[in-house]
Design a protein around this ligand. Sequence first.
Ligand code: SF4
Length: 371
Amino acid sequence: MRTVRELHRDILRREAKKGRDISELQEAYQMDCLLHPERREKRDGPLDLSRKKEMDVSADVEAVLAVLAEQKRDVYALIAPAFMGQFGVPVTPGRVRAAFKEIGFQGMVEVAVFADILTLKEALEFDRHVLNETDFQLTSCCCPVWISMIRDIYGELMPHVPGAVSPMIAAGRAVKKLHPDAVTVFIGPCLAKKKEAKEPDIAGAVDHVLTFQETKDLFEVTDIHPEKLGEDEKEHSSMAGRIYARTGGVSEAVRKTVEQLHPDREIVLHAQTADGVKACRQMIEDIKNGDRKANFYEGMGCEGGCVGGPKSLLPKEIGRELVNWYGTEAVYETPLENPYVIELIEKLGFYTIEDFLEKSDILTRNFSVKN
Ligand code: SF4
């Protein structure tokens, strides 16, 4: 049986044959905060919350502050791919990470890395199931509004939805598998994620969900100024995972990965995307009525995708631009090229492609459980 690592090596060989310099793609260093926390410098003494300002914060922020102050368990920030520029343009990803560590988080994990892993899963599922002109797939990734809509109103289409969890849940489960006592805090622009984290079949992966505004409040109340901190740069995500934050990102990520898997594939991925509840509904109605122009369907509950989420702090157009820019900055285009993705998949216990697709409980969910 072919392993995920063999597939990764084959892809690198193929890229090298095309004339691409792959030396950068092979330089793997560890995701220390997640895979090797013992290497991380420990803070001196307990978290000093004496600097905590008097200000009104939400109950969710209070809960995160309480768990940080306890200092009993490692707390991980899981940051959504839409985070670019949300705390101000000078607040680079490295400064956001430094800010979380300054408050007492063990580390910051980019959920984009798990979007990468799910991109690989969706691409392999597409490769396995979309074999003729009548086959099609609806993405199960990321948006709880899209998934609830299909599950609650258009249940007959569920066989076309791979039973995958969202990148947020995959990230939470992975952290807890590697560090069972850890506390996980998801940070993003989405209110629906607060509800998703409590859905019965996936509850327990993510302990707290904060919006970007609540996270800003967390920085403010603890007197942390991310824009003044040094860069704590550890980039592990590919372009594929980074662009999930905007409409069309999931489709582009899966299409590129399918193309890299099988450049000569006869049935290529044709995507149709919809953003906003109305457009998503219309797209699903069209599929139901046999009016299909694509074989891969991506729905996002918010206009523009997550950069247009209800708690995004930037206009969606600027958010999209920043997300696209961050995507082009990635060393890796797809998860197949990304050595961290391969290492993480192995650390989670999956070596063969079959195991990754069929036994990866951590990445799958049971949509039949009623919420
Ligand atoms: S598109 Fe909107 S509802 Fe869907 S995950 Fe993103 S922010 Fe949440």
